[in-house]
Write a protein of this length. Structure first.
Length: 289
C-alpha cells in the first residue's frame, strides 16, 4: 500500500509539473540587474526548447520604448524543477552609443501557485553584473529580425499586476473558470461584514482585478422581518457595505454594479430561523464589459 501511494504521489507531481510547469514554449517578462526596479528593467522574450533534459533556444531582450535589442542563443539543461541556462552567442543587436549587451548564465524555477518563471543570473562577460528574471508563458513566435513583432504595451500592465500580487495570466484564467460564488450572510438587522467572509471577498477581488473585461454585480437581500420599506433600505446598506469593502481593498468602483431587492427575492423560506438567515445575504454575479 505504501508503495502504491508513493507511485500515485509521484505521478501527480509529474502531471502537475508537465502542465503549467513545462518550460517548453514561449515566455515574456523582464530582466532586472541587481538594485534595479522592475519597471526600469529590460523586456525579454524567450523561446525554450527542452528535449530529453537538454535546453536550446533564443532570448530576445529589448529596451523599453526604444528600438534597441539583442538576440541571443541559449543552451543548458533541465535538472528536475530547475532549468539551467547560458547565453552563448549574440546573433544580432542594436544598442546605444558606448553601451553593451551582456551575456548571462543562471537558472529558472517555475512557481506552480503563481504561474511565474523566476530566474537568477550573473554575467559571463560583464564583470560583476547579476540580477533576476521574471516571466510568464504566452503564445507567440519570437522575432529574430531587427524589427520586433511585439509592442511594449503589455509591459506596464505586467509590472502593475505582479507588484499587486496577481498571478500569471494562465493561472488567473483557471481561477476565473473555477471560481465558485458564495453568499455573504449578515446578522439580524445588521449590515456589518462578518470576519469569516473576508477571505472569500479577497479572493473575489483578486479574480476581478486579474481580468480587465470583468465586473461584478453586488445584490443585497433581507429576510421578511420588518416592513418592505425598511428592508429595502437594509438590503441597500448590506450591498453598500460590500461595495465599500471592495473599494477600500483596491477594486475600482467602475468595476462594480450595485443592486438591492429587500425581501422580494428569498433564497429560502422565511418560516424558520435557518431560512431567514439564508435570506439575510448579499449575492454576486460576474458581468462582462
Amino acid at each position: 500500500m505504501r508503495v502504491l501511494l508513493l507511485l500515485i504521489s509521484c505521478f501527480l507531481s509529474l502531471s502537475v509539473f508537465s502542465g503549467e510547469g513545462d518550460f517548453h514554449g514561449s515566455w515574456q517578462g523582464v530582466v532586472m540587474r541587481a538594485g534595479q526596479s522592475m519597471n526600469k528593467g529590460t523586456i525579454v522574450y524567450v523561446d525554450f526548447d527542452v528535449e530529453d533534459g537538454v535546453l536550446s533556444g533564443y532570448m530576445r531582450e529589448e529596451t523599453y520604448d526604444t528600438d534597441y535589442f539583442a538576440i541571443k542563443q541559449i543552451k543548458g539543461k533541465r535538472e528536475g524543477d530547475i532549468l539551467k541556462f547560458e547565453q552563448t552567442v549574440i546573433e544580432d543587436d542594436k544598442t546605444a552609443f558606448r553601451s553593451k549587451w551582456c551575456l548571462y548564465k543562471g537558472q529558472f524555477e517555475y512557481n506552480e501557485e503563481t504561474g511565474y518563471l523566476h530566474g537568477s543570473f550573473s554575467s559571463t562577460d560583464c564583470g560583476r553584473v547579476s540580477g533576476k528574471i521574471i516571466m510568464y508563458q504566452n503564445d507567440f513566435e519570437i522575432s529574430k529580425s531587427a524589427q520586433s513583432h511585439a509592442t511594449h504595451s503589455w509591459f506596464k500592465g505586467f509590472v502593475k499586476d505582479y507588484n499587486e500580487g496577481l498571478n500569471a495570466p494562465v493561472i488567473r484564467k483557471k481561477e476565473r473558470e473555477n471560481f465558485v460564488f458564495e453568499p455573504i450572510f449578515f446578522d439580524f438587522d445588521k449590515s456589518e461584514i462578518r470576519d469569516e467572509h473576508k477571505a472569500f471577498l479577497d479572493r473575489l477581488i483578486k479574480v476581478v482585478k486579474g481580468h480587465s473585461d470583468l465586473r461584478v454585480q453586488v445584490t443585497g437581500h433581507t429576510d421578511s422581518e420588518g416592513t418592505n420599506g425598511y428592508n429595502d433600505g437594509l438590503s441597500k446598506r448590506r450591498a453598500q457595505a460590500i461595495i465599500n469593502y471592495f473599494v477600500e481593498n483596491g477594486l475600482s468602483a467602475d468595476r462594480l454594479k450595485f443592486d438591492f431587492k429587500g425581501e422580494t427575492d428569498p433564497a429560502a423560506t422565511n418560516d424558520t430561523a435557518e431560512g431567514r438567515q439564508r435570506n439575510r445575504r448579499v449575492d454576486f454575479e460576474f458581468i462582462q464589459h
